[in-house]
Write a protein of this length. Sequence first.
Length: 387
Amino acid sequence: MSSIPIGQRPQTGRQRLVKLFWIGIWLAYLSAPVGDLLHGGHGTTVVVLGWTGLVVFVTWYFALVFRTGRGETNAAVLGSVAALAVQSTVLSLTLGREWLVLFVYVAISSGAALPFRIARLTIPAVSALLTAVAFVVPGGTSFLWGLLFPALLGGFSMTGVRELIRTTIELREARATVAQLAANEERLRLARDLHDLLGHSLSLITLKSELAGRMLPDRPDKAAQQVADIEQVSRQALVDVREAVSGYRRARLSDELAGAQVALTAAGVAADLPPAEPDLTGVPEDSETALAWALREAVTNVVRHSGARRCTVELLRRQTLDGETLELSVQDDGSGGPPGAHGNGLTGLAERLEKAGGTLEAGRSGRGFRLVARAPAGQDPRLGSGA
């Protein structure tokens, strides 16, 4: 048999048949009123009216249970439950105690179709109506105790099933939302990495291509060296892109300092850089990676946009109230770029540093542009040693 996932409506004819089968099983309890119609000694008119009332009741009950959750208002569902209760009352009073079992179906449909805040009132109300009718119908009290408990238990059990279905649906939607957020985060990471990687590498390739073009007529040996450098940079860019796509790319400050020296020299910018192997003792990997990306982006902007003649890079440890901080500053003497214009690169840097617990400052400074990136260089002293 085709199964129906909990919390989902049947989508195919086979699934509808399965649901109809499981609901239909409980109609076995209607054997009492059916037996009364067949063997109760009623007249033909009463039997016809009884069968008509029973068919209308069962049809209404099935329609109510099948259409639950398809956009009906609570008032419409409550009205349908009330109609079932009226039918049960009329049939029980006119045909006898065997028809009191219909109230159990009214309680169950109330629990299945109404939210708990309403069903917790309607189920006891239906049970109270069952009790009142049972005391009026001759011999009804002998059936009462066998029906009252199933009405209460069945009704409130259906409210539990309804809440389980609702929770399952919400859980499924939340899982889909988390998956979408994870996909968006991965796309954002990939966009940042590709921007930082290709922006730097393509700028360096462009510069070296221009140098090779100028050197080619008079100094072919040096032009050949520039072409060899272009090949090396392009191969490294290909490796970096593959690592970024695979999620294993981690920039290092030592590599970026060496790359900054090459890029600035190729652009004809005098470079004042810290040692190529800085002391990073105790610096978290996230902090080093964020600062390395900041250095790459800053140097790329100097080469591509600034028109600077000199660029100074400093890497300092500072003690702050929030703990020891590693500070990277990149200062050039160029045009400074358009005022207030921060592109995708600086936006991505700010996001990287924020994730690492750091900050980014960038803007005009005197005759040029200055970028300052800060990231934690160790454990926050306010957290203690954990002892």
